[in-house]
Design a protein around this ligand. Structure first.
Ligand code: FE
Length: 233
């Protein structure tokens, strides 16, 4: 499924995995029609839609609040961090994650919308993985919560493919040239969770302490797992 259809002139030092067959229920063009005002425009549309649906009795505002609260506070990147930490301490779990990430992740209780088909992509000393959705904002909600604004922005969506090394540098991640970068394009069918490398000096850390080192960005690929504080070494 590797293809360079999006950018024929792309840097051969990275690969672009693509399997877009977007079966979204939304129209990409209208959602991202104007890069500069997309948020306010989207917010206006959402509010108008919410008003109409509420007035007609199709949705209960209280139910909406529960849904929003769920993804803003209960479901978030701490879920993914627990998956990563488990994979660092449990080789059998790591192997399961490699073979069937959806089931391995669900076994920890993280399943549901936008996480029906998951693939874990592991960073290694010679390979760094970066996730993007070039068409919109596909993102693994059950493990990472809602996507950050920059993930949905047009500049990130295009530049992550054309210049992943430059994008990473802007996030403060400067990778040595010998580390290959692989870009994965999230789709409605398949979403990715980056398994960052376990930081050095964490041999004595337990699973909870390890999970605390796993940032949201490290699971998208725009960051690395935090180095342990000097005091903990
Ligand atoms: Fe998408």
């Amino acid at each position: 499924m590797a293809t360079d259809a999006h950018d024929p002139s792309h840097d051969p030092s990275h690969e672009h995995e693509h399997g877009h067959g977007h079966g979204h229920g939304h129209v990409h063009g209208s959602e991202h029609g104007d890069e500069h005002s997309e948020l306010s425009e989207t917010e206006l549309r959402v509010r108008a839609l919410e008003s109409v649906l509420t007035q007609k009795g199709y949705v209960d505002p209280a139910a909406l609040d529960v849904l929003i609260d769920t993804y803003q506070t209960r479901v978030g990147p701490r879920n993914g961090a627990r998956v990563v930490a488990r994979s660092w301490v449990d080789p059998a779990y790591r192997e399961w994650l490699r073979c069937d990430a959806t089931a391995a992740i669900a076994s920890l209780g993280y399943a549901g919308r936008q996480g029906e088909h998951m693939q874990a992509v592991e960073n290694t000393p010679s390979l760094h993985n970066l996730v993007v959705c070039t068409l919109c904002s596909c993102y693994p909600w059950p493990v990472l919560g809602l996507p950050p604004t920059w993930y949905k922005s047009a500049p990130y969506r295009s530049r992550a493919v054309k210049d992943p090394r430059g994008v990473l540098a802007e996030f403060g991640v400067r990778l040595p040239d010998h580390i290959r970068i692989r870009v994965w394009d999230s789709t409605a069918e398949l979403r990715y969770l980056v398994i960052p490398e376990r930081p050095a000096g964490t041999e004595r850390f337990d699973e909870a302490a390890l999970a605390a080192l796993v940032t949201r960005d490290s699971m998208i690929g725009t960051g690395l797992a935090c180095a342990p504080a000097a005091a903990s070494r």
